[in-house]
Design a protein around this ligand. Structure first.
Ligand code: ADQ
Length: 471
């Protein structure tokens, strides 16, 4: 029986030390949200980091038990402190993440990061070799594993491998900065399928291949492009990720009402410089300056979930963001009105659904984002169809949803402030027409559509073809 082996840097749950005890935490981020919905209850073996540098038998059992409750067979991997520093925070989040999101100045091209990247990819190949059966299919996720198929081959693993990139792929101008650019591309070309969110990502990737790799043959065809290199053909596809529409819709039906004396503008983000949080507060500040008639009538509810990455940029971002928030609240707030309600944590799911259902505007302001699930989650849960999505044009989601939301350029502070005003003052009819179209699109192109489109292209299978995990 074919099983699905899923590989991602972080597992959907991880361990965190609190006092002397380790507790199980839900991992943050869109990759985990999406995959949990895509794989639920299927017999996938999910291999990834468990958040700790060593795993004793008890810790392993705890992770496996909690994973089984969620419907997964989890295979936790420990990272040494050095692997965490140089592979996870270093190469993955200190080079690829900033550069691929156009934050070139944050990229630190340390050779020690590159060595760690190679050795952790090798380590995962060895782990996969230990657990894999002959017919298993390997589905690898994200920018931590560009070299994995090469090491799998070297280890003698011949199973099919497919890869999905959850973040944008940059233009050659940015990608060329990486000293190890050719090795990364050659590594990727060893997969059987590479999936991107958008056609722009695919174009950037093909441009890089064209410029950097010799003796390749690229056959651009829709929906699947093929690259032949070194006697092997890899498929390239575009699969915009989505959400479990029915689940959000169903949960929204029983959401308890929120206090709606004021119009709610909602922001749901992780603490990350890619999410445009500073630009957002600056635009909101200008909006309050320009439109005093809306004082006391609106409120920005901004949740910011802590980041798992240990890098100085995130500490600086937090300080700057909180400073701006208190500046706005101090300048415009009154005894009865706080313009920004800042929630400095991950909002629990029930509350998230309430916000999605009852907020008048959901504001996604990313400087750059592979897709962005927040806007899609909002639309799925906005069952009264009276909300507006304000969406950065630099998200993957914008390439898909641009006709059914209000687009903003986060660098254009004044334009964004005006767009927010428009979103808040639109007629109900216009809002509901836009939201209806948005929901229709996301209902159709939901997470099930995404996983099946990917798995069929990769392995000729649907998610339903894999057996359910019995309790
Ligand atoms: P992320 O960068 O994590 O994902 P996103 O797609 O928006 O970005 O997903 C975030 C997820 O975390 C959402 O499910 C959201 O509900 C949740 N979340 C974020 N902040 C939260 C908070 N404060 N409280 C509660 N929940 C919160 C990466 C890429 C994206 C891509 C996804 C999936 O960067 O571009 O869409 O993977 O491929």
């Amino acid at each position: 029986m074919e099983r699905l082996i899923v590989v991602s840097a972080i597992l959907p749950i991880h361990l965190q030390k609190e006092g002397k005890e380790y507790t199980v935490k839900v991992s943050p981020g869109g990759l985990v949200t999406a995959l949990k919905q895509a794989l639920k209850k299927r017999q996938a073996i999910w291999i990834g980091w468990a958040g700790v540098n060593r795993l004793n038998k008890q810790m392993k059992e705890l992770i496996v038990k909690e994973g089984t409750k969620e419907g997964f067979i989890l295979y936790p991997v420990p990272f040494t402190d050095e692997e965490r520093k140089n592979f996870f925070d270093g190469f993955s989040n200190g080079i690829i993440w900033p550069l691929f999101h156009t934050f070139q100045a944050y990229a630190r091209f340390e050779p020690s990061y590159w060595n760690a990247y190679k050795s952790v990819n090798k380590k995962f190949a060895q782990i996969i070799k230990r657990v894999i059966h002959k017919d298993d299919l390997i589905w690898v996720h994200d920018y931590h594993f560009f070299l994995l198929p090469e090491y799998l081959k070297k280890a003698g693993v011949k199973n099919k491998t497919a890869f999905f990139l959850h973040i944008p792929f940059p233009s050659p101008e940015l990608f060329f900065k990486i000293p190890w650019r050719i090795d990364l591309l050659k590594g990727l070309l060893q997969y059987d399928l590479i999936g991107f969110h958008t056609y722009i990502d695919r174009k950037n990737f093909l441009d890089c291949i064209n410029e950097l790799i010799e003796n390749v043959n690229i056959q651009i065809k829709e929906p699947v492009t093929r690259i032949s290199y070194n006697g092997k053909t890899v498929k390239i596809g575009v699969f915009p990720i989505s959400v479990d529409f029915d689940y959000y819709e169903e949960k929204a039906k029983s959401a308890k009402p929120l206090d709606r004396r004021r119009k709610i503008i909602l922001g749901i983000d992780r603490l990350d410089y890619t999410k445009g949080l500073i630009h957002k507060i600056k635009a909101y500040r200008l909006f309050l300056q320009k439109y005093p008639e809306l004082h006391c009538k609106v409120k920005l509810v901004q949740a910011v979930a802590p980041n798992i990455k240990k890098l100085p940029e995130y500490d600086q971002l937090k300080v700057e963001f909180e400073h701006l928030v208190s500046d706005v609240n101090g300048k415009f707030g009154t005894d009865r009105w706080t313009p920004i309600q800042y929630i400095s944590r991950r909002v629990d799911f029930e509350k998230l659904i309430r916000y999605y259902r009852y907020s008048d505007v959901c504001w996604v302001n990313s400087i750059k984002d592979g897709m962005n699930l927040v806007g899609k989650e909002y639309a799925a849960a906005n069952i009264d169809e009276n909300g507006v999505l304000l969406l950065s044009e630099f998200t993957g989601a914008a390439t898909e949803l641009h006709n059914n939301c209000i687009l903003v350029n986060p660098y254009d502070i004044e334009g964004t402030a005006d767009a927010l005003y428009r979103a808040l003052t639109m007629s109900l009819e216009e809002k509901s027409q836009m939201m209806k179209r948005l929901r229709k699109h996301i209902r159709r192109f939901n997470i099930g559509w995404w996983s099946n489109a990917f798995l069929e292209t990769a392995f000729g299978k649907k998610i339903e073809d894999f057996p359910i995990l019995e309790d």
